[in-house]
Design a protein around this ligand. Structure first.
Ligand code: FAD
Length: 317
């Protein structure tokens, strides 16, 4: 079922979450172990992230280093199929522009279609680790909006190969990313919203936001979207802080601010257990306020760890 159908049929705020594919060499049971504790909350859908190749330097016997590329977390589409058919829950594979030609994109979408997936989250992806600028493949997409155009084209039966006439139309519900604190490359929120609208005009059906810790920023973002003419559902994304490392890692990696009150509480923490308690309490307050405001769904970034999300959801819904 499509994410937008789940939203339309819901009587209250839905619950969904996101997992990462297991590291190469690990069992898929690792992933299931992160999912199963959350099943009692009836997630409407589960997202699975996509991880492009990374460059690593391998030390050779002669002391030199060889630059090789590796994909540490493969399997997004097959994992989505495994989850969908094991638990009967809808899945949302993430699809990125980075490392994909338009042909690769079409083939990935066909796999999703054949496997019975109704949803896809269309993303540009970040620059390759160690590079400062995003570079598309020669015949790939430079931003998410042209990828959305391609998916919309397939939903209308248009394939890349001109010889295909009357191609079978796919029927994907397309999600895209939104940034309450703006995307880090955008000059300002206004230009970022202009490009977000471009994605919606290209056929995106809903938006999921980057994590944020200040609900006021989310509410202001939704207002700004509505003023810019963006009418599709906007799903807030939340991530519980659970470790001392998160305190600097999350703002640095995801270009988000921690509100003063949260930062003050975190500053007093001496170990991960104390951070986790602060993070969970903050997450509960954020979730309760978002539910009271009537958001359609709250999407939790579990990053494979379900216990903090479980405590937040069981104390808020
Ligand atoms: P875009 O919408 O293409 O925007 C990227 C930047 O370009 C923005 O600054 C925008 O303002 C600007 N821009 C857009 N269009 C144009 C244009 N026509 N001309 C000029 N500028 C333009 N990354 C992964 O690798 N894998 C994942 O699974 C993944 N999941 C994510 C899930 C969510 C909910 C979110 C919020 C992010 C996720 N990301 C993931 C990270 C995402 O790939 C990065 O944030 C990436 O840098 C931007 O992706 P986007 O789809 O928002 O890009």
């Amino acid at each position: 079922m499509k994410v937008t159908d789940h939203i339309q049929q819901a009587k209250g705020t839905l619950f969904s979450f996101e997992v990462l594919p297991s590291l190469k060499g690990k069992d898929i049971q690792d992933l299931y172990n992160g999912i199963e504790p959350l099943l009692e909350f009836n997630p409407s859908f589960i997202n699975v992230t996509y991880h492009r190749e990374e460059f690593i330097y391998k030390k050779l016997s002669n002391g030199l280093h060889e630059k090789i590329y590796t994909r540490k977390r493969p399997g997004t589409v097959s994992i989505c199929a495994a989850i969908k058919y094991k638990y009967g829950i809808d899945t949302v594979p993430h699809l990125i522009c980075g490392g994909f030609t338009k042909e690769d994109t079409e083939l990935a979408l066909l796999d999703m279609h054949y496997l019975g997936m109704d949803n896809v989250l269309a993303l540009r992806g970040d620059p390759v680790k160690g590079e400062t600028h995003f570079s598309p493949e020669k015949s790939g997409h430079a931003n998410a909006s042209t990828m959305v155009q391609q998916i919309t084209g397939m939903n209308n039966g248009n394939y890349l190969d001109d010889d295909i006439v009357e191609g079978i139309p796919t029927d994907f519900c397309i999600g895209v990313a939104g940034y309450p604190e703006k995307h880090f490359e955008a000059q300002n929120l206004k230009t970022d919203l202009k490009y977000l609208k471009e994605k919606v005009d290209a056929g995106a059906h809903y938006i999921v936001t980057q994590m944020f810790f200040d609900n006021k920023k989310f509410f202001a973002f939704v207002d700004a979207c509505r003023k810019a003419g963006i009418k599709v559902p906007i799903i807030p994304g939340l991530k519980p802080i659970t470790t001392l490392k998160h305190i600097s890692f999350l703002p640095k990696t995801f270009h988000i601010d921690m509100p003063e009150a949260l930062a003050d509480d975190l500053e007093k923490c001496k170990n991960n257990d104390q951070v986790k308690e602060v993070g969970i309490e903050w997450g509960i307050q954020q979730t309760k306020e978002l539910i009271a405001a009537g958001v359609p769904c709250i999407h939790f970034y579990t990053m494979g760890k379900s216990d903090a999300v479980k405590r937040i959801v069981s104390n808020s819904y």
